[in-house]
Write a protein that binds this ligand. Structure first.
Ligand SMILES: *Cc1c(COP(=O)(O)O)cnc(C)c1O
Length: 365
């Protein structure tokens, strides 16, 4: 018998979430962000599920882009950090990949390259995040050099990234969009600024292309729980099963370090998921979990292969009962919140060990 530790990915939920992108941004084209192994959901499985709905895919590097091409995906593919070396240009041209260009050496490399075919590029503008991109005052000059490069296709895109859109009331987003408009004034070509938070919260950021990531996977991009969009459908469920039901006495400690003790005589369940399955070890006692369809809480420290749950007041729990660590009944955002992180990180850290299972449509988790 297997441990029953599995990460189930619902491909139907991915498609439903992409339809929500279309509802929020009906005039725009959609660049579905599938970097970091499809946010831990499986790069090629996610891309194949979205292939008919997405206008393009966005990934971080050539390895991810080439994996998509090898899997037969013919869509436009954008490398969000562009080439990392001069050799990347040849391979990008050969695979018909589009490059985000954020620094002078990349412009220089394109200006002097002799490629078998011209490549598509997106010029990245740093409008205030101060991570990658040209400062606004350098944009027109960089654009002209790209436009003059014979290896660059003529439809140069313009792109920026929003630093604070996850707070619907932060004025920084408005300032970034103004800086973007000013930096790109008079330049032709498609524009793109919106991540998931931009798609859902900032219509002014939609421009020509939107770039949703986390919302495709069914998690809210917003920091405040009140801004969670209930229509998003979690695409991943991390599930285990109850492997033991213990009847403990008042004062009995549970788990490593005896960090938690039973306040009264009570049943405690041991579940077959641990940090070796990607569940965060620092999840504190009290973090929500669903056992046999009922919400309850973690107690004690997370082990590598196991964790313990409070079974007080729960009906019908026995060995073999299912436990959902995140999915529908408990949202990844809630677990992330309890752990001081974000759902993005929980998803990306799902290791290969919990068995990955793909389904297409399902009942509630
Ligand atoms: C990751 C990423 C996105 C998607 O962001 P989400 O918050 O997951 O929607 C969009 N654009 C760029 C440049 C990114 O790196």
């Amino acid at each position: 018998m297997s441990r029953g530790a599995q990460a189930t990915v619902d491909l139907g939920a991915l498609r439903a979430n992409l339809r929500l992108v279309r509802e929020a941004a009906p005039q725009q084209r959609v660049m579905a962000v599938v970097k970091s192994d499809g946010y831990g959901h499986g790069l090629t499985a996610v891309a194949q599920a979205l292939a008919r709905q997405a206008d393009a895919f966005a990934v971080t590097d050539l390895a991810e882009a080439e994996a998509l091409r090898s899997a037969g995906l013919r869509q436009r593919i954008v490398l969000l950090q562009g080439p990392f070396t001069g050799e990347d240009l040849e391979r990008a041209a050969a695979e018909d990949l589009e490059l985000v260009i954020h620094s002078d050496w990349q412009v220089e490399a394109l200006a002097t390259a002799h490629l078998p075919a011209p490549v598509g590029v997106w010029l990245k503008v740093d409008t205030g995040m101060h991570r990658l991109g040209f400062p606004p005052e350098a944009v027109q000059e960089a654009w002209r050099r790209l436009a003059d490069a014979p290896s660059v296709r003529s439809d140069i895109g313009l792109l920026t990234h929003l630093a604070c859109a996850d707070d619907r009331y932060d004025p920084a987003t408005r300032r970034q969009l103004e800086a973007f408009d000013a930096a790109c004034a008079g330049l032709p070509g498609p524009r793109s600024a919106a991540n998931s938070a931009g798609v859902l919260g900032w219509p002014a950021s939609h421009y020509d292309w939107v770039r949703p990531g986390i919302m495709l996977y069914g998690a809210s991009p917003f920091v405040a729980a009140r801004d969670t969009d209930p229509a998003l459908r979690p695409a991943m469920a991390l599930e285990g099963q109850v492997v033991a039901v213990r009847h403990l006495r008042a004062g009995d400690p549970v788990g490593y370090g005896a960090s938690w003790s039973c306040p009264e005589a009570m049943p405690v369940g041991v579940v077959s998921i641990g940090y070796g399955d990607g569940y965060p070890r620092h999840a504190p006692s009290g973090t929500p979990v669903a056992v046999a369809g009922q919400r309850t809480q973690l107690v004690g420290r997370i082990s590598m292969d196991m964790l313990a749950v409070d079974l007080r007041g729960l009906d019908g729990v026995r060995e073999g009962s299912p436990a959902v660590l995140w999915g529908d009944a408990v949202r990844a955002e809630e677990v992330a919140d309890a752990c001081g992180t974000i759902a993005y990180e929980l998803f990306c850290r799902t290791p290969p060990r919990p068995q990955r299972r793909y389904v297409d449509g399902r009942g509630a988790w």
